[in-house]
Ligand binder design. Structure first.
Ligand code: DGY
Length: 420
């Protein structure tokens, strides 16, 4: 077996905390929502029992209203801020109060298919949990039925300090009731992390929503940050397609209709966000009513879940090539050279293996296998050279952020799956 696959598997063992996988030791010492979904797809390649377990442990944190929180605090740890005492939520297991990109049903379908039909008994409760979560997205985060779901906190995007939030986040006060005592900069060089000012705003939002008792309607009314987001909606639609597939597989005809209606709504809404002048899709800032025009990876993620017209897919691919020109590792999460581009700082420029994974699937879906293969090669080469880093500097190729990172290990296995 390829030595890197052996190492990827070792990382997943090292990050196991009892049926769930932490993203990396110390920096992220709990179960994270979308990290676990990617990790489950990695496990699906060689241990479907463990893959199911990852998803089962995640839904232990699902709230009665259907939300699956972004962090499940299964066991205490003092290496992370903000911990459960800052979130002040009331689930049986301590959790955060916000959510993360809905990759869950995409993972569930892959795990179910890898496990074979015998897995139906195990897959059904997970399917029910996914459906409940999708219903939550379309009610709590799209109360007006637009088809685009909204984020109330940048952390919900998974792309925490992306330039996409700069305008919307600047309206959020830097005052906090909770003292901001960062731990992340004790583990990773501060120049790679979000700035202190971002953290004040992140925590202001947590305080605001905790004061709403985490009630979705109250939060919606009070939210100083509200962005109908293209990357999340595109992931939700792909997950919705996979959920619809599972509903058919499980003979749930009423669910099929309901899920198909969600999907159709989002499909149309995403298409309406295409901006030919930018050669990208855009999010909408619901506080100002403006398009979010910041040049980030989010604008390309609809490749994943739409069968686009040739012209649109071609324009996206041309734009991706323009951004990638001269880079050692593609695909950059911010357009190189613009004022907000910072090639080492978290979501303000670096290349991330899991984003590449979504884009690779999207490029293949839309008839661009050669562009998909270039991106796949760039990703696996970066990992083989630098190890399983959290992300990569696109200019130098340097592995940055946390090391021994679970989702980079899962992505590597997935992108190399023919060599298993
Ligand atoms: C963090 O703490 O950096 C996380 O990304 C929030 O989920």
């Amino acid at each position: 077996m390829n030595v890197h696959i052996t190492e990827a598997k070792r990382i997943l063992v090292a990050n196991d905390r009892g049926g769930y996988t932490v993203p990396t030791d110390r920096l992220y010492p709990f179960q994270w929502n979308w990290d676990s979904a990617f990790v489950a797809m990695g496990f699906a390649l060689y241990d479907t029992n463990r893959a199911y377990r990852e998803l089962e442990r995640l839904i232990e944190g699902q709230w009665a209203d259907g939300m699956i929180p972004h962090i499940i605090f299964h066991q205490p740890s003092d290496t992370y801020f903000p911990g459960p005492n800052v979130w002040r939520t009331r689930h049986t297991i301590p959790t955060s109060g916000i959510t993360q990109p809905p990759v869950f049903a995409i993972a569930l379908r892959k795990v179910f298919e890898a496990a074979g039909n015998g897995g139906q008994v195990r897959a059904l409760p997970l399917y029910e949990a996914a459906l409940k979560w999708h219903r939550w997205w379309y009610s709590a985060r799209d109360p007006e039925g637009t088809g685009l779901v909204a984020l109330l906190h940048p952390w919900e995007s998974g792309s925490d300090n992306s330039p996409a939030w700069d305008i919307a986040l600047a309206r959020v006060p830097t005052t906090t009731d909770t003292p901001v005592i960062r731990k992340d900069t004790g583990h990773v060089n501060a120049s790679m992390r979000p700035r202190d000012e971002d953290y004040s705003r992140f925590i202001h939002l947590v305080d605001t929503y905790a004061a709403c008792g985490w009630d979705p309607a109250k939060q919606w009314e009070k939210a100083p940050f509200k962005v109908a987001e293209i990357q999340t909606t595109a992931i939700l639609l792909k997950a919705g397609e996979d959920l619809e597939h599972l509903a058919r597989e499980f003979g749930r005809s009423e669910d099929v209709e309901e899920i198909a209606a969600f999907n159709e709504l989002s499909r149309k809404a995403i298409l309406a966000q295409w901006r030919p002048g930018l050669s990208r899709f855009v999010s909408r800032d619901l506080v100002s009513g403006d398009d979010v025009e910041a040049a980030t990876q989010a604008g390309f993620i609809p490749l994943l879940s739409l069968d686009l017209d040739k012209d649109i897919a071609g324009a996206l691919v041309d734009e991706m090539r323009a951004w990638s020109k001269g880079l050692k590792v593609t695909f950059p999460t911010t357009k190189p050279g613009i004022a907000s581009w910072e090639p080492k700082r978290y979501w303000r420029g670096p290349s991330w293996a899991i984003i590449n994974w979504l884009l690779i699937d999207g490029l293949k879906r839309n008839g661009h296998p050669e562009a998909a293969e270039e991106l796949r090669k760039s990703t696996v080469t970066a990992i083989e050279r630098e190890g399983f880093a959290e992300y990569f500097d696109p200019l130098t190729g340097e592995g940055c952020g946390g090391l021994g990172f679970s989702w980079t290990a899962a992505a590597y296995m997935w992108l190399m799956r023919s060599s298993h």
